[in-house]
Design a protein around this ligand. Structure first.
Ligand code: COA
Length: 190
């Protein structure tokens, strides 16, 4: 780190420096008629917090390119305090996998639950919106090393899946579109 607090672009950054926490109480307009908070409300908080963590790591503009996985393990209710914690698990060349954990707390009883986990892939962008290289990241604790190893497995799986889907589309293109000759039954058919 230089005296003005800036860091060389190629310097490795600790995972802890990307860690972001957002907490907010759930309001009635965010829930269904039974008082359960919509999954999309939690997904938005996950996306926002993951974006902030990725920006902290990249120190620039980012975009969500994929939500690789998201679980909903326990309902969230109106009045609950939702806490979203995010940090970079691992980086590729221009992409970052951000791990996100969501917890809720009943502010009345103090009861807490782990309600969601998610892996969000963010890409660093330049001012024109093109992907740019991000600094490498270093895991400093056993837990961070475990998350980084798991992130590398998921990244390899994403690449294998993308390649397989691309290949299947190429095969579809050579076979041509499927033609359905069967006419639909008339509406008044018995
Ligand atoms: C982000 C964006 C510029 C990337 O463009 P692109 O042509 O896919 O760029 P690249 O092929 O160079 O991929 C960039 C990185 O994203 C990763 N990536 C691309 N598609 C991906 C996917 N579906 N899942 C996971 N990672 C993906 C690539 O592996 C690459 O990572 P790496 O550099 O670490 O190896 C483009 O996809 C985009 O603009 N998407 C829309 C983003 C957005 O608007 N998000 C908000 C949705 S409302």
């Amino acid at each position: 780190m230089s005296s003005d607090g800036t860091r060389a672009l190629n310097a490795e950054k600790p995972i802890d420096e990307s860690r972001v926490i957002q907490a907010r109480q759930m309001m009635p307009d965010e829930a269904n008629p039974w008082g359960d908070v919509h999954g999309g409300v939690v997904m938005k908080m996950v996306d926002e917090t993951a974006g902030s963590a990725a920006m902290r790591h990249a120190r620039g503009r980012v975009a969500t390119v994929a939500i690789d996985f998201m679980s909903f393990l326990h309902p969230v209710h109106i009045g609950d305090l939702v806490t979203v914690m995010a940090s970079v698990n691992d980086v590729g060349r221009t992409s970052m996998e951000v791990g996100v954990r969501v917890e809720t707390e009943s502010l009345i009883t103090g009861e807490r639950h782990h309600t969601s986990s998610a892996y969000v892939v963010m890409v660093a962008l330049d001012v024109q919106g093109n992907p740019v290289q991000v600094p490498s990241v270093c895991a400093e604790t056993v837990e961070q090393r475990r998350r980084m190893a798991a992130a590398k497995i998921r990244r390899a799986q994403r690449k294998t899946r993308e390649a397989a889907l691309k290949e299947s589309r190429r095969v579809d293109d050579t076979v041509g579109p499927t033609v359905y000759n069967e006419r639909p039954a008339p509406l008044d058919a018995p």
